[in-house]
Design a protein around this ligand. Structure first.
Ligand SMILES: [Zn+2]
Ligand SMILES: [Zn+2]
Length: 357
Protein backbone atom coordinates (compact mmCIF):
# COMPACT_ATOMS: atom_id res chain seq x y z
CA UNK A 1 0.00 0.00 0.00
CA UNK A 2 1.27 3.47 -0.91
CA UNK A 3 1.53 5.66 2.13
CA UNK A 4 2.91 9.15 2.71
CA UNK A 5 2.51 11.30 5.81
CA UNK A 6 3.40 14.89 6.51
CA UNK A 7 3.14 16.62 9.87
CA UNK A 8 3.51 20.32 10.49
CA UNK A 9 3.62 21.71 13.98
CA UNK A 10 3.97 25.33 15.10
CA UNK A 11 4.26 26.67 18.62
CA UNK A 12 4.42 30.27 19.82
CA UNK A 13 5.91 31.39 23.09
CA UNK A 14 6.60 34.80 24.61
CA UNK A 15 10.31 34.99 25.44
CA UNK A 16 10.92 38.68 26.14
CA UNK A 17 8.75 41.73 26.80
CA UNK A 18 8.56 42.61 23.12
CA UNK A 19 9.44 39.26 21.60
CA UNK A 20 7.86 35.94 20.68
CA UNK A 21 9.54 32.75 19.59
CA UNK A 22 7.82 30.81 16.84
CA UNK A 23 8.99 27.24 16.56
CA UNK A 24 8.01 25.26 13.47
CA UNK A 25 8.52 21.60 12.57
CA UNK A 26 7.86 19.94 9.22
CA UNK A 27 8.26 16.21 9.14
CA UNK A 28 7.27 13.82 6.38
CA UNK A 29 8.46 10.45 5.15
CA UNK A 30 11.27 12.10 3.18
CA UNK A 31 12.24 15.36 4.91
CA UNK A 32 12.41 16.62 8.45
CA UNK A 33 13.25 20.24 9.27
CA UNK A 34 12.76 22.88 11.92
CA UNK A 35 12.87 26.66 12.17
CA UNK A 36 13.00 29.09 15.07
CA UNK A 37 11.78 32.61 14.39
CA UNK A 38 12.13 35.50 16.79
CA UNK A 39 9.46 38.09 16.10
CA UNK A 40 8.96 41.51 17.70
CA UNK A 41 5.49 41.69 19.21
CA UNK A 42 5.00 45.41 18.70
CA UNK A 43 5.28 45.39 14.92
CA UNK A 44 5.50 41.67 14.00
CA UNK A 45 8.89 42.03 12.35
CA UNK A 46 11.13 38.96 12.02
CA UNK A 47 14.20 39.65 14.18
CA UNK A 48 16.05 36.43 13.55
CA UNK A 49 15.58 33.06 11.91
CA UNK A 50 17.38 29.79 12.34
CA UNK A 51 16.79 26.66 10.32
CA UNK A 52 17.88 23.08 10.99
CA UNK A 53 17.67 19.89 8.97
CA UNK A 54 16.84 16.63 10.76
CA UNK A 55 16.58 14.54 7.61
CA UNK A 56 17.29 15.49 4.00
CA UNK A 57 18.00 13.93 0.61
CA UNK A 58 20.52 15.77 -1.53
CA UNK A 59 23.93 17.27 -0.70
CA UNK A 60 22.48 20.68 -1.67
CA UNK A 61 19.93 20.65 1.15
CA UNK A 62 22.22 22.00 3.91
CA UNK A 63 22.92 25.02 1.70
CA UNK A 64 19.33 26.10 2.20
CA UNK A 65 20.05 27.21 5.78
CA UNK A 66 22.10 30.36 5.10
CA UNK A 67 19.71 32.13 2.64
CA UNK A 68 16.94 31.87 5.23
CA UNK A 69 18.52 34.96 6.80
CA UNK A 70 16.91 36.99 4.01
CA UNK A 71 13.68 36.71 5.96
CA UNK A 72 15.08 38.93 8.74
CA UNK A 73 13.25 42.26 8.69
CA UNK A 74 10.11 40.97 6.97
CA UNK A 75 6.86 41.98 8.63
CA UNK A 76 4.36 39.18 9.21
CA UNK A 77 1.45 41.56 8.65
CA UNK A 78 2.62 42.91 5.29
CA UNK A 79 0.58 42.19 2.21
CA UNK A 80 2.02 39.85 -0.37
CA UNK A 81 4.28 38.24 2.26
CA UNK A 82 3.65 34.64 1.26
CA UNK A 83 4.32 35.41 -2.39
CA UNK A 84 7.59 37.07 -1.36
CA UNK A 85 8.61 34.08 0.77
CA UNK A 86 7.75 31.63 -2.00
CA UNK A 87 9.65 33.67 -4.58
CA UNK A 88 12.69 34.83 -2.63
CA UNK A 89 13.20 32.34 0.18
CA UNK A 90 11.83 29.46 -1.87
CA UNK A 91 14.28 30.09 -4.66
CA UNK A 92 17.43 30.90 -2.68
CA UNK A 93 16.83 28.50 0.19
CA UNK A 94 14.39 25.71 -0.61
CA UNK A 95 10.66 25.20 -0.91
CA UNK A 96 10.46 23.11 2.25
CA UNK A 97 11.80 25.91 4.41
CA UNK A 98 9.62 28.42 2.54
CA UNK A 99 6.60 26.22 3.17
CA UNK A 100 7.36 25.92 6.87
CA UNK A 101 8.07 29.64 7.20
CA UNK A 102 4.69 30.45 5.65
CA UNK A 103 3.04 28.05 8.09
CA UNK A 104 4.77 29.82 11.00
CA UNK A 105 3.67 33.28 9.77
CA UNK A 106 0.16 32.00 9.23
CA UNK A 107 0.03 30.66 12.76
CA UNK A 108 1.11 34.03 14.16
CA UNK A 109 -1.73 35.66 12.20
CA UNK A 110 -4.20 33.07 13.47
CA UNK A 111 -3.07 33.56 17.05
CA UNK A 112 -4.71 36.97 16.71
CA UNK A 113 -6.33 37.04 20.16
CA UNK A 114 -3.10 36.16 21.98
CA UNK A 115 -0.99 38.58 19.92
CA UNK A 116 -3.41 41.50 20.21
CA UNK A 117 -3.68 41.08 23.97
CA UNK A 118 0.10 41.20 24.26
CA UNK A 119 0.41 44.11 21.83
CA UNK A 120 -2.18 46.09 23.73
CA UNK A 121 -0.16 45.67 26.91
CA UNK A 122 2.84 47.10 25.07
CA UNK A 123 1.22 50.35 24.00
CA UNK A 124 -1.45 50.90 26.64
CA UNK A 125 -0.71 54.18 28.40
CA UNK A 126 -0.79 53.78 32.17
CA UNK A 127 -3.38 56.18 33.47
CA UNK A 128 -1.99 56.64 36.95
CA UNK A 129 1.26 58.08 35.73
CA UNK A 130 1.29 61.44 34.10
CA UNK A 131 3.98 61.75 31.48
CA UNK A 132 3.55 65.57 31.56
CA UNK A 133 4.88 65.60 35.14
CA UNK A 134 8.22 64.26 34.00
CA UNK A 135 8.79 65.58 30.48
CA UNK A 136 8.43 69.19 29.28
CA UNK A 137 6.14 70.36 26.50
CA UNK A 138 7.93 71.67 23.45
CA UNK A 139 9.37 75.15 24.03
CA UNK A 140 8.15 78.13 22.04
CA UNK A 141 11.63 79.64 21.57
CA UNK A 142 13.57 79.64 18.37
CA UNK A 143 15.32 76.33 17.99
CA UNK A 144 14.57 73.23 16.00
CA UNK A 145 11.90 70.71 16.82
CA UNK A 146 12.50 67.34 15.18
CA UNK A 147 10.68 64.03 15.35
CA UNK A 148 13.75 61.80 15.26
CA UNK A 149 12.00 58.47 14.71
CA UNK A 150 9.64 58.04 11.75
CA UNK A 151 8.84 55.05 9.52
CA UNK A 152 7.46 55.02 5.99
CA UNK A 153 5.88 52.43 3.71
CA UNK A 154 7.13 50.46 1.82
CA UNK A 155 10.70 50.96 3.13
CA UNK A 156 9.43 49.75 6.53
CA UNK A 157 7.03 46.98 5.64
CA UNK A 158 5.22 47.35 8.99
CA UNK A 159 4.37 51.04 8.34
CA UNK A 160 1.18 52.11 6.61
CA UNK A 161 1.81 55.60 5.17
CA UNK A 162 4.17 56.81 2.44
CA UNK A 163 7.04 59.21 3.05
CA UNK A 164 5.08 62.03 1.38
CA UNK A 165 2.11 61.47 3.69
CA UNK A 166 4.41 61.43 6.73
CA UNK A 167 6.02 64.71 5.62
CA UNK A 168 2.64 66.41 5.22
CA UNK A 169 1.56 65.13 8.66
CA UNK A 170 4.77 66.49 10.19
CA UNK A 171 4.14 69.90 8.64
CA UNK A 172 0.64 70.01 10.01
CA UNK A 173 1.60 69.29 13.64
CA UNK A 174 4.17 72.08 13.77
CA UNK A 175 7.44 70.20 13.60
CA UNK A 176 10.46 71.86 12.01
CA UNK A 177 11.77 68.60 10.57
CA UNK A 178 11.46 64.83 10.64
CA UNK A 179 14.11 62.20 10.53
CA UNK A 180 13.22 59.12 8.50
CA UNK A 181 14.46 56.02 10.31
CA UNK A 182 13.21 53.05 8.31
CA UNK A 183 14.24 49.60 9.48
CA UNK A 184 17.66 48.62 8.14
CA UNK A 185 17.26 51.06 5.24
CA UNK A 186 18.78 54.41 4.35
CA UNK A 187 17.18 56.71 1.81
CA UNK A 188 19.34 58.03 -0.98
CA UNK A 189 20.28 61.71 -0.82
CA UNK A 190 18.74 62.67 -4.16
CA UNK A 191 15.28 61.36 -3.32
CA UNK A 192 15.34 63.22 -0.01
CA UNK A 193 16.48 66.45 -1.66
CA UNK A 194 13.63 66.17 -4.16
CA UNK A 195 11.14 65.69 -1.32
CA UNK A 196 12.53 68.69 0.59
CA UNK A 197 12.03 70.88 -2.48
CA UNK A 198 8.60 69.52 -3.27
CA UNK A 199 7.18 69.89 0.26
CA UNK A 200 9.20 72.89 1.45
CA UNK A 201 10.00 70.96 4.62
CA UNK A 202 13.21 69.62 6.14
CA UNK A 203 13.58 65.85 5.89
CA UNK A 204 16.64 64.21 7.47
CA UNK A 205 18.02 60.70 7.15
CA UNK A 206 18.71 58.10 9.78
CA UNK A 207 17.95 54.41 10.14
CA UNK A 208 16.84 51.92 12.78
CA UNK A 209 19.07 48.87 12.90
CA UNK A 210 18.11 45.71 14.74
CA UNK A 211 21.06 44.42 16.77
CA UNK A 212 21.66 41.68 19.32
CA UNK A 213 20.96 44.31 21.98
CA UNK A 214 17.75 45.65 20.53
CA UNK A 215 16.91 48.38 18.04
CA UNK A 216 19.38 51.21 17.58
CA UNK A 217 18.76 54.49 15.77
CA UNK A 218 21.75 55.53 13.71
CA UNK A 219 22.41 58.99 12.29
CA UNK A 220 25.21 59.91 9.90
CA UNK A 221 25.63 56.69 7.91
CA UNK A 222 25.27 56.62 4.13
CA UNK A 223 24.71 52.92 3.79
CA UNK A 224 23.55 49.98 5.89
CA UNK A 225 26.44 47.84 7.18
CA UNK A 226 26.73 44.81 4.92
CA UNK A 227 25.98 41.88 7.17
CA UNK A 228 23.49 39.08 6.73
CA UNK A 229 21.38 38.37 9.75
CA UNK A 230 21.72 40.07 13.08
CA UNK A 231 24.56 42.55 13.63
CA UNK A 232 25.91 42.97 17.15
CA UNK A 233 25.72 46.36 18.85
CA UNK A 234 29.49 46.13 19.28
CA UNK A 235 30.09 45.64 15.54
CA UNK A 236 27.75 48.52 14.79
CA UNK A 237 29.66 50.73 17.24
CA UNK A 238 32.89 50.12 15.33
CA UNK A 239 31.32 51.10 12.00
CA UNK A 240 29.59 54.13 13.47
CA UNK A 241 32.86 55.30 15.04
CA UNK A 242 34.71 55.02 11.75
CA UNK A 243 32.06 57.02 9.90
CA UNK A 244 31.70 59.73 12.53
CA UNK A 245 28.06 58.75 12.99
CA UNK A 246 26.03 58.39 16.19
CA UNK A 247 23.87 55.69 17.71
CA UNK A 248 20.89 56.02 20.04
CA UNK A 249 19.26 53.15 21.95
CA UNK A 250 15.67 52.99 20.64
CA UNK A 251 12.88 52.18 23.14
CA UNK A 252 15.27 50.08 25.29
CA UNK A 253 12.59 49.06 27.78
CA UNK A 254 9.54 48.62 25.56
CA UNK A 255 7.29 46.06 27.19
CA UNK A 256 9.50 45.63 30.26
CA UNK A 257 7.20 46.92 32.95
CA UNK A 258 4.09 44.91 32.28
CA UNK A 259 3.94 42.33 35.00
CA UNK A 260 6.59 40.16 33.44
CA UNK A 261 8.21 37.78 35.85
CA UNK A 262 11.61 38.62 34.42
CA UNK A 263 11.13 42.35 35.00
CA UNK A 264 10.29 41.94 38.69
CA UNK A 265 12.91 43.66 40.73
CA UNK A 266 14.27 45.57 37.75
CA UNK A 267 15.42 48.95 39.04
CA UNK A 268 16.82 51.81 36.96
CA UNK A 269 20.16 51.21 38.74
CA UNK A 270 20.26 47.56 37.67
CA UNK A 271 18.98 48.37 34.18
CA UNK A 272 21.67 51.03 33.70
CA UNK A 273 24.34 48.30 33.87
CA UNK A 274 23.28 46.92 30.49
CA UNK A 275 26.19 46.71 28.04
CA UNK A 276 24.10 48.63 25.50
CA UNK A 277 24.44 51.90 27.45
CA UNK A 278 28.23 51.79 27.17
CA UNK A 279 27.95 51.69 23.39
CA UNK A 280 25.40 54.39 22.56
CA UNK A 281 25.67 58.18 22.38
CA UNK A 282 22.15 58.81 23.67
CA UNK A 283 18.97 57.06 24.74
CA UNK A 284 15.50 57.50 23.27
CA UNK A 285 13.67 58.42 26.48
CA UNK A 286 10.38 59.31 24.80
CA UNK A 287 9.07 56.83 22.26
CA UNK A 288 5.50 57.07 20.98
CA UNK A 289 5.00 53.32 21.08
CA UNK A 290 6.08 52.86 24.67
CA UNK A 291 3.82 53.42 27.66
CA UNK A 292 4.27 56.27 30.13
CA UNK A 293 5.89 54.30 32.94
CA UNK A 294 8.41 52.73 30.57
CA UNK A 295 9.35 56.11 29.09
CA UNK A 296 9.81 57.49 32.61
CA UNK A 297 11.86 54.43 33.59
CA UNK A 298 14.06 54.94 30.51
CA UNK A 299 14.61 58.58 31.47
CA UNK A 300 15.82 57.51 34.93
CA UNK A 301 18.23 55.03 33.35
CA UNK A 302 19.61 57.63 30.92
CA UNK A 303 20.15 60.04 33.83
CA UNK A 304 22.08 57.40 35.77
CA UNK A 305 24.21 56.66 32.70
CA UNK A 306 24.65 60.40 32.12
CA UNK A 307 23.47 60.00 28.54
CA UNK A 308 21.33 62.62 26.80
CA UNK A 309 17.74 61.68 25.92
CA UNK A 310 15.93 62.04 22.61
CA UNK A 311 12.25 61.91 21.73
CA UNK A 312 10.55 60.47 18.68
CA UNK A 313 7.14 59.20 17.71
CA UNK A 314 8.24 55.90 16.11
CA UNK A 315 5.30 56.74 13.84
CA UNK A 316 4.18 53.96 11.54
CA UNK A 317 1.20 56.03 10.35
CA UNK A 318 0.37 59.73 9.95
CA UNK A 319 -1.75 60.02 13.11
CA UNK A 320 1.24 59.11 15.28
CA UNK A 321 3.65 61.73 13.91
CA UNK A 322 5.04 64.19 16.41
CA UNK A 323 3.55 62.79 19.61
CA UNK A 324 7.05 63.22 20.98
CA UNK A 325 9.99 65.12 19.54
CA UNK A 326 13.48 66.36 20.29
CA UNK A 327 14.10 70.06 20.82
CA UNK A 328 17.48 71.34 19.66
CA UNK A 329 18.72 74.73 20.82
CA UNK A 330 20.51 75.31 17.52
CA UNK A 331 18.96 76.00 14.15
CA UNK A 332 19.30 72.87 12.07
CA UNK A 333 18.89 72.87 8.33
CA UNK A 334 21.16 70.11 7.07
CA UNK A 335 22.15 66.57 7.95
CA UNK A 336 25.61 67.77 8.92
CA UNK A 337 24.11 70.25 11.37
CA UNK A 338 21.95 67.50 12.87
CA UNK A 339 25.04 65.37 13.53
CA UNK A 340 26.86 68.34 15.08
CA UNK A 341 23.84 69.18 17.23
CA UNK A 342 23.56 65.56 18.42
CA UNK A 343 27.27 65.61 19.28
CA UNK A 344 26.91 68.89 21.17
CA UNK A 345 24.21 67.29 23.38
CA UNK A 346 22.32 70.62 23.41
CA UNK A 347 18.89 69.05 23.11
CA UNK A 348 16.16 67.37 25.11
CA UNK A 349 13.10 65.19 24.61
CA UNK A 350 9.70 66.87 24.78
CA UNK A 351 5.99 66.30 24.35
CA UNK A 352 4.46 67.85 21.26
CA UNK A 353 0.85 66.71 21.24
CA UNK A 354 -1.48 64.79 23.46
CA UNK A 355 -2.09 61.14 22.87
CA UNK A 356 -5.42 60.57 21.25
CA UNK A 357 -5.67 56.89 22.03
ZN1 LIG B 1 12.13 49.78 16.98
ZN1 LIG C 1 10.96 52.31 14.96
Amino acid sequence: MLKFMRNKLVGIEKIAPDEILVHGILDDDIYSLEIDLRVSLSDLRIISIEGRWKRWTTPECPRAIEPLKEAVGLCIAESGLYEKIRKEIGKKSCRHFANLLIECCDTVKNAKGFIEKEQEKLVRPQEKINIEDVFPSCPKEEGTLIDLHVHTYPASSCASNSIEEQIEAAKSVGLDAICITDHNYIWDKQSIERLIDKHGFLVLRGTEITTDQGDILVFGLNKIPAKKGLISAMELREIVKEEGALMIAAHPFRGFLISDVQSLGLTPEKASKRELFKLVDAVEVLNGRVNASENIFTKKVSDICDLPGTGGSDAHETSEIGIYATYFQEKISTEKELIEALKSKAYFACILKRRTK
